[in-house]
Ligand binder design. Structure first.
Ligand code: ADP
Ligand code: ZN
Ligand code: ZN
Length: 737
């Protein structure tokens, strides 16, 4: 206590989740508190109270102490975030030119960011009878029958019971539980599901010669930053290679961060990890509840989780004993967030591995060209597993020329007969269509009109076998018109085929074989997907029709034939990454065929069977494609040989957003070596009622690009009216649409 002689308050700098470029300074009134960066605080902001994270202590503020507001409360006595994670987050804010507080908001589970639950998340969310309590004689509950009922019910449970589960059986459960807690009859404990406990049930397989030599190259225990590309088709044994190294990490008491691109893939990977290791696994993805995510996160920080398995944002999970990062299916675009903080988890993971001085393994059958180039430059070690385990042979690929053939619901006669043969022979078949719905458009053959969305520059997708239309860009729906509004023709037709139409057609041709459709309309929940995939694995489902959802990582032993339709668009797209995406997709899809003893067949329907793209990819494989494509990128100065950033703006009217970007390019000093392309209308100019303009920046030199971005952002913050024009920056954009 000071007597009359005030010590000046300490000042801390706090990142708050608002679109500000810098953190804010606050006074810390409790001078005794030991504060460190990485700890959360509750601070006032405007009229609100919010959670912020301290990023710097004992700062000298440019503002006078009297002008500063005070920290209301320190939430974490120990910092929640390690210095390593704080600096990773700061790096993201700089690299992606994004408000620091909003990067923290992406990194932290939601529950840890809310004033009302910030501390509650730290408290375990399950209940059991307190230790040493005689459950038969509870005088304290004589006049509280409801509490008694809950108490007795908990006493019959061996495992801790979550609050939510008590709530399903009893009204006002949390009030009664709190009363019981105050009487010290029950206690809060960890629900037991913040980590899943693995139990090794099988001996690991003996590594093949290929796997062993890859492992020898990489070293089973080498430490330090060592980025490695593990290239191998699905089924070549990449996962077993990760597992061999992970076993060594676990034995050494280190933690492993294992990233997967999509929730759809996590269940099978979780089961596989749990069956292999006697380890504690924390799972982090968006389909888990807020409480589960906060608990899993906490387990990782505490070091109770040995392995953290998660999607994109799991890359920010603090792990005190991190020893290895695995990025599975590392080419996958789901690693790039497409809104808000547009970060690429693969790149953030690489930065994290470098800072932590740990190895990072990028696995893929089709490494991204950026990754591939790092390997060519010898910045990344590159190992390949070119053979499938068990001796399965690569599939044969046949191009079906459909230039002069009629299609039935998108399918040609030769394709239908191939599919029939495989079904009769007892195999499963898959038809891959990259469009959801019945058909991509409804239109008029007489005059070429197609039904547009009222709010977007795009045709509407036909659904329900032709009875409704829906827009994939804004969600609007409409009924089909009775006749063509342009020429009056009364016969409107479905153009092209989506998954629904293909499924209908296959059901008509092959009524005896059970069929399942996999797309976002048919399979909405992760649980449904797991169930549907299980039916495929049991061999019950014989025909699979689906989108991207089917292209990834699933292993079906009896799948002998795979058809791919509707790929021609990717050959002529204006997006520089379209061919890379198409090559990855085709290679992944083809990898689904013939996993067992029988070689698979892949059929590709195209109007351009002689296109050089197919020749390179189908006859020489992905590595040859990658070399050819990289040569073109090099000539054009495109990534990975140049750096791109996209500035997007949208508003009610086009003139406004276009003028804003135009003025920006005129008024900022564009660094020498940075090319500005545009502003120009976005490829889909109108979307969800907003009109969009964009500016593409390109530079050979990354620093030059970032200097310009810094200026541009400052200019936009100062000059754009957020009520009229919205804008965003996308650093290293993966699509330019
Ligand atoms: P990828 O990750 O490249 O798709 P996996 O590691 O999942 O490949 O291997 C594919 C299949 O082959 C799995 O069923 C796996 O258990 C099996 N497998 C992998 N390596 C071996 C090995 N050395 N011996 C026996 N089976 C193996
Ligand atoms: Zn018409
Ligand atoms: Zn629309």
């Amino acid at each position: 206590m000071s007597n009359g002689h005030e010590t000046p308050s300490r000042i801390v700098r706090v990142a708050v989740p608002v679109p500000l470029t810098t953190a804010l300074d606050y006074r810390l009134n409790d001078n005794d508190a030991t504060v460190t960066s990485g700890a959360r605080v509750i601070v006032p902001l405007g009229g609100r109270r919010i959670i912020g994270v301290i990023v710097e202590t004992d700062v000298t503020s440019p503002l006078a102490p009297a002008e500063l507001r005070s920290v209301e409360r320190l939430v974490d006595p120990e910092p929640l975030l390690s210095p390593a994670i704080v600096s990773l987050i700061e790096w993201c804010a700089r690299y992606y030119h994004h408000p620091l507080g909003e990067v923290f908001a992406v990194a932290l589970p939601a529950r840890l960011r809310r004033v009302d639950s910030a501390t509650r998340a730290d408290r375990p969310d399950a209940w059991q009878v307190a230790e040493g309590i005689d459950t038969s004689n509870q005088a304290a509950l004589q006049n509280a029958p409801k509490q008694r009922a809950i108490f007795d019910w908990l006493a019959t449970h061996k495992a801790p019971t979550r609050t939510a589960d008590v709530g399903r059986s009893f009204k006002q459960a949390s009030t009664h539980l709190r009363a019981l807690e105050n009487k010290q009859l029950v206690m809060r404990v960890a629900a037991g599901d913040d980590v899943e406990i693995g139990q090794a049930t099988a001996e690991p397989p003996r590594l093949t010669a290929d796997q062993q030599s890859a492992l020898d190259t990489l070293g089973i225990e080498s430490t330090g930053f060592r980025p490695t590309v593990i290239e191998g088709v699905t089924g070549s044994g990449k996962t077993e290679l990760y597992f061999a190294r992970m076993a060594a990490e676990l034995a050494a008491g280190r933690q492993i961060l294992y990233l997967v691109p999509e929730i759809g893939l996590t269940r099978q990977m979780i089961d596989r990890v749990l069956a292999r290791f006697d380890a504690r696994l924390a799972v982090l993805h968006s389909r888990r509840t807020e409480a589960e995510r906060a608990a899993a996160w906490r387990a990782a920080i505490d070091g109770r989780a040995d392995i953290v398995l998660g999607t994109r944002s799991a890359v920010f999970t603090p792990m005190p004993r991190l020893g290895l990062i695995v990025v599975d299916e590392s080419h996958d675009e789901s690693y790039k967030q497409q809104e808000g903080l547009r970060y690429h988890a693969r790149d953030v993971a690489a930065k994290r591995a470098r800072d932590a001085a740990v190895p990072i393994w990028f696995g893929s059958a089709t490494p991204a060209l950026t990754t591939w180039q790092h390997a060519r430059d010898k910045r990344y070690t590159h190992v390949s597993l070119r053979q499938r385990t068990g001796g399965a042979r690569p599939p044969s690929i046949e191009r079906i020329d459909i230039r002069s053939r009629p299609l039935d619901g998108g399918l040609s006669a030769p394709l239908l007969s191939h599919l029939g043969e495989h079904l009769e022979a007892g195999g499963q078949v898959m038809v891959f269509v990259n469009r959801r719905g019945f058909a991509p458009a409804l239109g008029c053959h007489a005059c070429g009109w197609t039904m547009p969305c009222d709010h977007c520059d795009a045709p509407m997708t036909l659904y329900k076998h032709g009875r409704t239309l829906r827009c994939h860009h804004c969600g609007a729906s409409a009924a089909p018109p009775a006749s063509c509004p342009a020429c009056g023709n009364s016969k409107l037709v479905a153009f092209g085929a989506g998954t629904q139409r293909v499924a209908d057609t296959l059901a008509k041709h092959f009524p005896a074989y059970p069929l399942a459709r996999f797309d976002r309309d048919a399979v909405a929940a992760a649980g449904e997907l797991d169930a549907q995939l299980a039916a495929v694995a049991r061999g019950e489902t014989r025909i699979l029709v689906g989108t991207q959802m089917l292209a990834k990582g699933h292993d079906f032993a009896n799948l002998t034939g795979v058809a791919v339709i509707g790929v021609d668009g990717g050959l002529f797209s204006s997006d520089y990454r379209a061919r890379e995406q198409l090559a990855q997709m085709l290679t992944q899809v083809a990898g689904r065929a013939g996993r067992g003893a029988t070689p698979g067949a892949v059929w590709l329907q195209t109007r351009h069977p002689d296109h050089p793209f197919f020749d390179t990819l189908l006859t020489s494989g992905y590595p040859a494609f990658a070399e050819a494509e990289l040569a073109e990128r090099h000539a054009a100065g495109l990534p990975p040989f140049g750096w791109l950033a996209l500035v997007r703006a949208d508003s009610r009217g086009y003139a406004e957003c276009d003028a804003l970007l135009q003025r920006a390019t005129e008024q900022i000093a564009v660094t020498t070596g940075v090319e500005c392309w545009g502003p120009a209308p976005a490829p889909m100019q109108r979307r969800a009622g907003r009109v969009r303009s964009q500016l593409l920046l390109r530079a050979d030199n990354r620093r030059a690009l970032h200097r310009t971005l810094t200026e541009l952002r400052q200019w936009l913050i100062a000059n754009a009216n957020p009520n009229r024009v919205r804008w965003s920056l996308d650093v290293d954009p993966v699509n330019l649409l």
